[in-house]
Design a binder for this molecule. Structure first.
Ligand code: KG4
Ligand code: ZN
Length: 356
């Protein structure tokens, strides 16, 4: 089943052709960073105008690169939400028009579910259910209990800033360009992660919750202090990154301590982070539990993950090409909400260690 995916929830105009929710025939992403960089963040109005200008060409590009035509496409998939409303409507309108005029099925996908299905792309063996997804992006940081493709719920989240947001804001304090995550990642490679002991905040709300605003503020106070003014920027970046990754991995441990998961899936833009990936690999070797880490191109926003999610969720994602509307605050949880967390002991014993 060949699905053409469209993703325009934020600032990337992305399209892709994916077969059977797994094989990526093409994945096109026209990055808008150059248009937003001078404002230090995404300007919604600019993003939606760029989507209008770029989307038709991006659809044709996805077909052309895969040497396919509309005739070969079995269905269309589009991000319905959450995201910027002005950006979402461009993709939704285009997908509706394509599905309606070509008389093919249309699937509406939750962008955050898409991030999770990035771990299924270009892979022979998919992550086994149930698994825990650490979903860390520019707007979200959450732990997700994934029972099946159509039953998943958030079991831990950030109380304030998302991990990517903390990266972007801290990068700004360090004078780095937007988006700051990849910049801090690169700078941190030259620094000492133990140079400065930034806090590892743990909100009172529970062991699976995270909070990053205090960490960012502590970096700011440090940079404004006498010691901070002369501090090596690479050491600051590495120490900040060590704190973020420590916090995230400690929450993964807390979730596994009370859950019956067979695998860990990393997803979202921050999952492209080299230190987080490396720590997840070490974690996998230590625990004997599989860690599924998408390549960086599928961690950040892309349309292949939307096509993959549509395929795996096709029983619940079918939409009406005439009436579908974008939903900027689309809720995350789907399927069962019953608490089925149990003892993890058996899966710790049985799982074989492998990183894919
Ligand atoms: O998932 P994504 O592409 O878009 C959202 O849905 O938010 O995530 C974007 C976020 C940005 O905050 C960016 O700075 C961060 O992911 N990011 C990274 C890295 N690459 C992207 N953060 C840390 N290290 C990276 N290598
Ligand atoms: Zn995203």
């Amino acid at each position: 089943m060949l699905i053409l995916g469209i993703e325009t929830s934020c600032d990337d105009t992305a399209t892709a052709l994916v077969a059977d929710g797994r094989a990526v025939l093409s994945s096109v992403s026209t990055n808008q960073d150059a248009f937003h960089a001078k404002y230090g963040g995404i300007v919604p109005e600019i993003a939606s105008r760029q989507h209008v200008a770029l989307l038709s060409a991006a659809v044709e590009d996805a077909l052309g690169r895969a040497s396919r035509t509309f005739e070969d496409v079995d269905a269309f998939a589009v991000t319905r939400g959450p995201g910027l409303i002005g950006s979402l409507v461009v993709g939704v309108a285009a997908a509706k028009a394509l599905a309606f005029s070509l008389d093919k099925p249309l699937y509406a996908v939750n962008h955050l579910h898409g991030h999770i299905f990035a771990a299924f792309l270009d892979r022979e063996v998919p992550p086994p259910y149930p698994f825990l997804a650490l979903l860390v992006s520019g707007g979200h940081s959450q732990l997700v209990d994934v029972r099946s493709a159509t039953a998943m719920r958030v079991i831990g989240r950030t109380r304030d800033d998302a991990a990517g947001e903390a990266y972007d804001k801290t990068a700004r304090l360090l004078g780095l360009a937007y988006p700051g995550g990849p910049q801090i990642d690169a700078l941190a490679r030259e620094g000492n992660p133990k140079a400065f002991a930034f806090p590892r905040p743990r909100p009172d709300a529970g062991p699976r919750e995270v909070a990053f605003s205090g960490l960012k503020t502590s970096v700011r106070y440090f940079l404004e202090s006498e010691a901070g003014r002369d501090a090596n920027r690479a050491d600051v970046a590495a120490s900040f990154q060590a704190a973020v990754v420590d916090v995230l991995m400690s929450r993964v441990d807390a979730a596994f301590a009370s859950g019956d998961y067979r695998a860990l899936v990393l997803s979202g833009g921050v999952a492209a982070n080299s230190e987080l990936q490396s720590r997840a690999r070490t974690w996998s070797s230590r625990t004997g539990i599989q860690a599924f880490i998408p390549p960086p191109k599928y961690c950040t926003d892309n349309a292949a993950m939307i096509a993959a999610a549509a395929y795996h969720q096709r029983t619940i994602a079918l939409a009406d090409a005439f009436t579908l509307s974008a939903d900027p605050s689309l809720p995350f949880d789907v399927g069962t909400t019953t608490n089925r967390e149990g003892s993890l002991a058996s899966s710790f014993r049985n799982a074989s260690s492998s990183i894919q």
